[in-house]
Design a protein around this ligand. Structure first.
Ligand SMILES: Cc1ncc(COP(=O)(O)O)c(C=O)c1O
Length: 476
């Protein structure tokens, strides 16, 4: 047996024995070569074989990581929403999720919050403190309605990573992505209009649709390739759709990232039917691999796409800092921004501009992408091992959100109620649909690599789901 083969077998034993758990990083090639007294090329050869055999994956500039073994998770089926325009419901469930317990020790699987307890955010805290301590009255003044020029320049610079050539003047700073979506919807629709959306869909955008007196037309969506263009085309033929709204990259909650070809097809369809696309890119910079996918906006040379995003998922939600690049609709969106909040507070804008200008944002992203990918692998492994047989799960390529489909007997609204007494919450699937679909689905957060507390909570979710299944099958 050759040396690298011996090393390969030994590493497999270590991985299978749990010495190198799923999501952990293997020693660097240099370190292992030193530890074993073998050449660099022997370790390289063994590592390459591990990767080819599916035990590990390479992460750029970081090293080899242990992958969840076995087949990739069984994905949920293509969604089959009710295909007619509907009024959005379920605000009470959304309210419940957003105002749920934040008591000590509460495990909030349901929220889509990033990890904000990371040292890579320290320079931002410093920049915020410096801004707050600054005696300049500028910080007490209105920011311009477009928002800080310094920040818009940085956003335009970063947009190049997603293939977008944006001028800072094409960008409007908003109070989070929610305001960006709201202003965009208001700019392209009138009450009573129909908006086509992917399904399941983020409850914030469906609630915006509800509040503007619009109707949601949910389109079947594939867990890997996104909204079905074929179904969308048929829906547009049948109904007077006024806008299309999608989250094509690291989708919340389904996890899909639309392939580039499908993005172009979607844009082509929007061009043919002369429809605007509201593209929500809030998780785009959290795509695990590099380069990140190009936005639909990057292929749009007519200004038909209104690109919405924010720093809520990449940095922190408390900043309430987002933006929109509305293309042709800039004047209308600017007016909606004016009647909504006039302008966004200057302190956060300058602090974040400082954070980005000094290279801290990109460093922070590099660290967080790795953390989230590692957490995804561990989380998927745990869900596969603990949740009831027949459970299906998404396989996100970025971000920190998992979409879980339980067997049909598990009612996720009931599950959430049962978990309340155990100080755990999940996001029930019904809030991601206008028609109350996805009752046996939940959305779960994995922004931190699961520790013992999270693992115990996950087992509690599995246990209560099993109890619900038993209740459903016990004869009367
Ligand atoms: C897909 C998506 N869009 C928009 C938002 C709203 O973001 P913000 O907190 O920046 O308003 C969220 C937040 O959860 C989201 O998941």
């Amino acid at each position: 047996m050759k040396l690298y083969e011996q090393l390969f077998d030994e590493l497999i034993n270590r991985i299978e024995g749990g010495y190198y758990p799923v999501g952990s990083r293997l020693p660097s090639i240099r370190a292992l070569s030193k530890e074993r007294g073998v050449s660099i090329s022997t370790v390289q050869e063994a590592y390459q074989r591990l990767e080819e055999s599916g035990y590990t994956e390479v992460r750029v500039k970081s090293g080899y990581y242990v992958r969840a073994r076995g087949e990739s998770p069984e994905l949920p089926d293509v969604s089959r929403p009710v295909q007619r325009p509907l009024e959005v419901t379920y605000w009470d469930q959304v309210y419940h999720l957003l105002t749920g317990s934040d008591s000590d020790g509460h495990i909030a699987f349901g929220t889509a919050k990033p990890d904000i307890h990371t040292p890579t955010l320290k320079p931002l805290l410093k920049a915020l403190t410096n801004s707050a301590a600054c005696t300049s009255e500028d910080f007490l003044n209105y920011s311009s309605m477009h928002g800080s020029k310094r920040l818009r320049k940085q956003i335009a610079r970063l947009a190049v990573n997603s293939g977008c050539n944006l001028h800072p003047d094409e960008i409007i700073i908003t109070s989070g992505c929610q305001e960006a979506l709201m202003c965009s919807l208001r700019a392209v629709t009138e009450p009573g209009d129909i908006v086509a959306i992917d399904s399941p869909s983020f409850y914030g955008s469906t609630q915006a649709i509800k509040s503007l007196g619009l109707k949601a037309l949910e389109i079947p969506t594939h867990p890997e390739t996104g909204i079905s263009i074929e179904a969308l085309e048929m829906a547009i033929e049948q109904w007077p759709v006024k806008a299309i709204q999608v989250t094509p990259t690291c989708n919340n909650p389904l996890g899909y990232t639309m392939p580039e070809g499908r993005r172009k097809e979607l844009l082509r369809l929007a061009q043919q039917c002369d429809l605007p696309i509201i593209e929500d890119d809030i998780y785009g910079d959290l795509y695990y691999r590099s380069p990140r996918p190009k936005t639909i906006k990057s292929f749009d040379d007519e200004g038909r796409v209104l690109l919405c995003s924010s720093f809520s998922k990449t940095i922190a939600y408390g900043l309430r800092l987002g933006w929109v690049a509305p293309g042709q609709c800039t004047d209308r969106v600017l007016h909606k921004k004016f009647i909504s909040t006039v302008s966004s507070p200057p302190i956060q804008q300058e602090a974040v501009a400082d954070f980005i200008e000094n290279g801290y944002y990109e460093r922070h992203l590099r660290v967080m992408r790795q953390q989230y990918q590692q957490a995804r692998d561990v989380m998927i492994d745990l869900v596969k091992r603990n949740f009831p047989e027949g459970t299906k799960i998404s396989f996100p390529q970025g971000g920190y959100i998992l979409w879980v489909e339980f067997p049909i007997e598990v009612d996720s609204v009931k599950l959430n109620k049962l978990l309340e007494s155990r100080n755990i919450s999940i996001a029930p699937g019904v809030i991601f649909s206008a028609s109350g679909k996805y009752r046996n689905f939940i959305r779960m957060n994995f922004s931190r690599v699961p520790d013992e507390k999270i693992k115990t909570a996950l087992k509690a979710v599995a246990e209560e789901a099993r109890n619900l299944m038993l209740e459903e099958t016990v004869p009367e």
